[in-house]
Design a protein around this ligand. Structure first.
Ligand SMILES: [Zn+2]
Length: 475
């Protein structure tokens, strides 16, 4: 079959599932399940895959809400990464203003569109694959807990991505683009302080919150001179119940980011020392509960250029006047006074780096990985109620579907022209040099056995980053 005939076949198939894809994105948005608890979201996607002839394996790698859905046989194996986790506390209706019933979870990063868009793309690719007389496999990877930067790191360690030749991914952004630049590596861990409860008016108590505050003050005090190059963020997840009860437990969750993975790990080790040091000052105990470490994205130009070409095949998003008005209202509500800017073209972004982190970064050091992004207005902040509103609105449909269709076209091109896969592999080997060490995974029992305990702050899986490294290299 000629190249342009294949393109037409993909584009026609995409039209067939367009309405269904939008419906699935809406359903995922309404479910809004947070990391490692995405039971219904995961089933929604596996049901859709099964209806379309995929062979589904649930609980991939032992992660209850992960899955693989496979179609076809032989090489190459083209993987597409689905995500579907929401964020706590970011609920909002799909209206262009702050509007929520209760402070529940919401799709404040638009992962409902990642779940629907990638599954739609995978289904389209298999429909075309079945009409072409060629070898090859499409694998949709259901990846939970992305916001924890955990799911794909654990799936990688458990071998779920083994024998996959290329991975394709998508995410919302302020531009519709092929993204070929790094982001930041990230190391995450929770430091749990244990002291003694007692009446706060008495002196000399082992107040766990005091230890957390000492740790935070030390981090802030030392930042400028010890790690000015890193972003170190934290949240205090529990810090007591009443001012007149000295808390016997307080929890400090810390992220360390840097483009360079080794530097992020080095600073995390330093942060861990600070946290332990703070405990010694008022005789509390500090337990490190390491969570995850992910490399920054390793760009792949071979896949990036293919995605850019296919984005251009689809063409820029076609927003209606109504969509634009809706976005303008949203920007006025969430960023009053800010200029309305909406990217209407298609870009190839390979300069500088993104400040955020994603767990597919870890996979990109093992398997060539390409990324497309879809645009929403620049003034809409991510991890914000306005992002939740947008992800549930009609206004986001045109750009999210451009990304999805480009993924389908790219997947089919990789199947029909496997030499691109070889070039992408050679590029990966050349860019990364030596193979990176095994992925560092913490909280495995917690997230696979009792994820609720993570979210209600009772989890107690003690593991230092050093222990995680030893454990993983022993496997
Ligand atoms: Zn995200």
């Amino acid at each position: 079959m000629m190249k342009n005939e294949i393109t037409k076949l993909v584009r026609d198939s995409f039209q067939e599932i367009r309405a269904e894809t939008i419906g699935i994105a809406r359903e995922l948005w309404s479910l809004a399940e947070i990391g490692m608890l995405e039971k219904q979201s995961s089933s929604l996607l596996t049901d859709w895959c099964e209806k379309n002839g995929f062979v589904v394996e649930k609980s991939a790698g032992g992660l209850p809400t992960a899955f693989t859905a496979r179609y076809g046989k032989g090489k190459p194996s083209i993987g597409i990464l689905a995500e579907y986790d929401a964020l706590p506390g970011l609920a909002n209706s799909a209206l262009p203003r702050r509007d929520f019933v209760e402070r529940g979870p919401g799709h404040g990063c638009g992962h409902n569109w990642i779940g629907a868009g990638t599954t739609g793309a995978a289904i389209v690719a298999t429909r075309v694959l079945s009409k072409l007389d060629i070898d090859g496999e499409i694998i949709l990877f259901g990846c939970p807990g992305e916001e924890l930067l955990w799911g794909k790191v654990a799936m990688l360690r458990e071998g779920v991505f083994d024998n996959t030749d290329v991975l394709l991914a998508t995410h919302g952004s302020n531009k519709t683009a092929a993204k070929v630049r790094p982001n930041q590596s990230l190391v995450s861990g929770e430091f749990v302080y244990s002291g003694e409860a007692g009446h706060s008016s008495r002196g000399g108590s082992q107040n766990a919150l005091d230890s957390v505050e000492l740790a935070v003050q030390s981090l802030e005090r030392l930042r400028a001179h010890q790690f000015p190059d890193c972003s170190v963020e934290h949240t205090v997840r529990t810090g007591g119940l009443m001012p007149n009860i000295s808390p016997d437990e307080a929890r400090l969750w810390v992220y360390v980011r840097h483009v360079d993975y080794e530097r992020a790990k080095e600073v995390y080790h330093y942060v861990a020392r600070i946290c332990q040091g703070a405990a010694s000052l008022n005789n509390t105990q500090c337990r490190e509960q390491f969570l995850t470490a992910t490399h920054s994205y390793l760009p792949n130009e071979t896949i990036g250029k293919l995605l850019f070409r296919q984005l251009k095949t689809v063409g820029p998003p076609k927003w209606t006047d109504e969509n634009i008005e809706w976005f303008q209202d949203l920007v006025s509500a969430c960023a009053p006074g800010e200029e309305f800017e909406l990217h209407r073209g298609i870009d190839y972004i390979d300069d500088a780096y993104d400040m955020s982190s994603q767990d597919d970064g870890e996979a990109s050091w093992h398997i060539p990985l390409g990324r497309v992004s879809w645009a929403l207005p620049s003034a809409v902040p991510f991890h914000h109620w306005a992002r939740t509103a947008s992800a549930g609105s009609d206004a986001e449909i045109p750009s999210a579907l451009v990304a999805s269709e480009a993924l389908a076209l790219a997947a089919v091109e990789l199947l029909s022209e496997p030499e691109i896969v070889k070039t992408a592999r050679a590029e990966l080997d050349q860019r990364r040099g030596a193979k990176p060490g095994p992925p560092l995974v913490g909280a495995f029992q917690t997230f696979t056995g009792d994820p609720d305990s993570f979210w209600n702050n009772t989890w107690a899986e003690a593991l230092t980053i050093e222990e995680a490294a030893e454990k993983n290299s022993a496997q």
